[in-house]
Design a protein around this ligand. Structure first.
Ligand SMILES: Cc1ncc(C[n+]2csc(CCOP(=O)(O)OP(=O)(O)O)c2C)c(N)n1
Ligand code: SF4
Length: 251
């Protein structure tokens, strides 16, 4: 009897086991990035820049060249790498605490300069690694360890819509917001990630996908409820869509 392999681990992931909590969607997003790198055939020419946050060990998971940047500085590190080696493909993988709080300046200026890098922005509305503090992306009314009565606009400001801010930057070649809580959305997210890489490969400019993601541990709910919570609470605040697409349909 002949067996056929129909699904295997992407080449662009190492054998290292993920350190994410059960049900955390960081793992799905890692796999999608790795599948895209495999399909584009760029594994040996790709450099990953990991952030500070739960995905700090991304440099151990991606089977590419990789490094880790100081908190929020991944776009600056990626800029230096890409400018020194324009023949390579550089991507950052960043959480919302990393990209939308301490690293706000880096991402906005990298996008505005049109750096030919790719950013995977994982928005789970909270600081996961440090124990569930409020992030700029935390929803109004959402309880976190630093907003125990719920985030209030008066005290804590409003949820930051990073994609909507960045879409005004003229250096952006591809920008989308997606989610990974259903199989259909996983497929759509992969397509968006591919385009964000193609924007770099074609030399068009900066590419980013903001992916709505779960943190069951710090949201204090089970993984299945977290997928539902994302749909019911995050999507109304963070509408999905393609904001900029200079890549076109050709893939
Ligand atoms: C300069 C600096 N400030 C603060 C911290 C503490 N810190 C580590 S991770 C983190 C936020 C992580 O949240 P996020 O980026 O949303 O990623 P997640 O863990 O949710 O994936 C913070 C504030 C740090 N490591 N370095
Ligand atoms: S703390 Fe949250 S974001 Fe971090 S690995 Fe656990 S579930 Fe994922």
């Amino acid at each position: 009897m002949a067996f056929e392999v129909i699904l295997k681990k992407p080449e662009s992931l190492t054998q290292k086991e993920f350190t994410y909590c059960p049900g955390c969607t960081h793992g799905i997003i890692h796999r999608l990035v790795a599948e895209v790198i495999d399909e584009l055939g760029i594994r040996e020419k790709t450099i990953a820049v990991a952030p500070i946050g739960c995905s700090v060990f991304a440099y151990q998971f991606f089977n590419t060249d990789a490094t880790v940047a100081a908190h929020g500085r991944a776009p600056a590190v990626a800029t230096g790498m890409k400018r020194a080696r324009p023949d390579l493909y550089v991507f950052t993988y960043q959480g919302d605490g990393d990209l939308a709080a301490i690293g706000t300046a880096e991402i906005i200026h990298a996008a505005n300069r049109g750096e030919k890098i790719t950013t995977i922005f994982v928005n789970n509305a909270i600081y996961g690694m440090t124990g569930g503090q409020m992030a700029p992306t935390t929803l109004l009314g959402m309880k976190t360890t630093t907003t125990p009565y719920g985030r209030s606009a008066e005290n804590d400001g409003y949820p930051l819509h990073v994609a909507e801010v960045i879409k005004e930057a003229r250096g952006v070649a591809f920008l989308a917001r997606t989610k990974v809580n259903t199989p259909q959305d996983v497929v759509k997210t992969k397509k968006a990630i591919k385009k964000a890489f193609l924007a770099q490969i074609k030399g068009l400019g900066f590419g980013m996908v903001e992916v709505l993601s779960t943190c069951p541990t710090n949201w204090g709910i089970d993984p299945v409820s977290a997928l539902k919570w994302l749909e019911e609470h995050m999507v109304p605040e963070y509408p999905l869509g393609v904001f900029v697409d200079k890549v076109g349909d050709e893939q």
